[in-house]
Write a new protein. Structure first.
Length: 353
């Protein structure tokens, strides 16, 4: 089987001449479409897929941090009026208002002129008492014994003379040459000489045996009394140096050198008490906070606290809870009190709702 095809003669076709601007437009349109499709596939589609992608993670147990906030005001933990133990003249002041001081630091000196004189006198009394004790114990025993022995010999010689006179007077009395009164006088003189010899013998015996124990005890007591008086003077002199009882800040000055100051009640705000003091010292490193009763149960001793103060904008300080009151206080506003910026302590007081 065969198939025959009749092919018609094709006529030649020619396109009309196109405008160059139109030709450029026809080229840019397909290119823009291709660029949009490529951007959509390479950028937009991956971003949408990333947004719709589901993230998964393993379940873990963790603790949530609960924060209790309260406003507060700065208050000193301790405040005292510094004054001398005895009344006197302020000689020198070494600090001024606003100075920070350490515990034991010297703040001022009192006039100690009178005490210096008493000190020298007391030292002299002690030296004299010690010398007397040495003398009583036996510092010059040999010399005293020699003196007592010499005196005894003199009294014994005098006794022999009176005895001879008495014998002679007795013979004369028997012969009637002298009166009975003259004989009695010779007898009295002999008796006195005997008494003197006995006394000198006792003195010599005591000198040879040493001092009596009661004399030694008395001398030692005098030394102890002199030592006590000297120690008291030295203590009073030490009290003339005024030292800081604790670390803090000089909050106020009450006296200048030359002023007469007296002992006052520590921390008293009475005008008479402060006016006779030297200065006022306060420690400023405490914060006392009154926390809502609903939140106080979440706080315990030793918890860390974060503190911010308006006067130190942008700075944050840390502290620690050191006390929680057992009884609530009814107040209108919540109050927080602060201690020093180097180591804050936080004291919390429950506020009744």
């Amino acid at each position: 089987m065969s198939i025959s095809l009749n092919l018609k003669k094709l006529k030649r076709f020619s396109l009309p001449k196109l405008n160059p601007w139109l030709l450029g437009l026809l080229v840019l349109i397909p290119l823009g479409g291709i660029s949009y499709i490529a951007y959509n596939q390479l950028v937009v589609v991956p971003q949408q897929q990333a947004k719709n992608k589901v993230q998964t993670a393993a379940v873990e147990r963790s603790n949530l941090t609960i924060t209790v906030s309260a406003n507060g005001t700065v208050q000193p933990e301790r405040s005292v009026n510094v004054s001398p133990k005895t009344s006197g003249i302020l000689k020198q002041l070494l600090v001024k208002e606003g100075d920070s001081v350490k515990a034991g630091q010297i703040l001022a000196y009192m006039d100690d002129t009178n005490l210096q004189g008493q000190l020298r006198q007391s030292q002299g009394n002690l030296a004299a008492a010690a010398a007397n004790l040495q003398k009583v114990i036996g510092g010059n025993r040999q010399q005293a014994t020699a003196q007592a022995n010499a005196k005894l010999q003199d009294s014994q010689f005098a006794l022999r003379l009176t005895q001879n006179d008495l014998q002679r007077n007795r013979a004369l009395s028997q012969a009637g040459a002298i009166s009975k009164q003259a004989l009695d006088t010779a007898l009295t003189t002999r008796d006195r000489a005997q008494a003197q010899v006995k006394q000198d013998q006792e003195v010599l015996a005591l000198s040879q045996a040493g001092a009596q124990q009661e004399d030694i005890d008395q001398a030692r007591g005098q030394v102890a009394a002199a030592q006590g008086a000297l120690q008291m003077i030295q203590t009073n002199l030490n009290d003339m140096v005024i030292r800081a009882p604790f670390s803090g800040v000089v909050s106020r000055k009450f006296a200048d050198p030359g002023a007469f100051v007296t002992p006052t009640t520590a921390g008293s705000a009475v005008t008479s008490a402060s006016s006779s003091s030297i200065l006022s010292l306060a420690s400023t490193n405490q914060i006392v906070a009154q926390v809502s009763e609903a939140n106080i149960s979440q706080i315990r001793m030793g918890l860390a606290a974060t503190i911010q103060a308006d006067s130190y904008s942008g700075k944050t300080f840390t502290g620690q809870v050191v006390q929680i009151a057992t009884q609530s206080v009814v107040v209108q506003n919540v109050t927080l009190t602060v201690r020093s910026f180097s180591g804050w302590l936080v004291r919390l007081w429950p506020k009744a709702s």
